[in-house]
Design a protein around this ligand. Structure first.
Ligand code: 5GP
Length: 123
């Protein structure tokens, strides 16, 4: 089964994206539907479908995505004020593109928790 997604096409420059960082292992580009003033997706060039597919061979690559976030935070002056980095997994996590990506959100204060609590209060 092919694990190609829309992100493979962005990596291969088959469809356009507003790229803010690229090296041999990772790519970062602005989210098409931004949820913060600065919202970029940091992805490995190697396709890994979900967090569940992180293993001994690719775990350093995942760490590299955080390194890229730290570089972008410095470059775009968000390091001191702070920012949110989040990776969604499968249905309950809200994942819609099955090629892992760090969402890096910055430029305003984030809320917490990141969900609407629909559970009934337990007395
Ligand atoms: P997920 O829901 O999987 O955590 O995040 C997927 C993200 O990819 C969403 O925030 C969505 O807006 C973004 N996205 C989906 N398709 C494209 C695209 O073609 N280009 C860009 N730049 N972002 C995309």
């Amino acid at each position: 089964m092919s694990n190609e997604t829309i992100f493979t096409k962005i990596i291969n420059k088959e469809i356009p994206a507003d790229i803010v960082y690229e090296d041999d292992h990772a790519l970062a580009f602005r989210d098409i539907n931004p949820q913060a003033p600065f919202h970029v997706l940091i992805i490995p060039k190697q396709a890994i479908a979900t967090i569940n597919d992180i293993n001994l061979e690719n775990r350093e690559l995942v760490g590299h995505l955080y390194y890229v976030a730290a570089q972008l935070a410095k470059e775009y002056q968000f390091a001191e004020n702070g920012y949110r980095v989040v990776m969604n997994c499968n249905n309950d996590g809200g994942q819609t593109v099955f090629h892992i990506h760090l969402h890096m959100l910055a430029g305003k204060a984030m809320g917490w928790p990141p969900y609407t609590n629909t559970l009934k209060q337990q007395d």
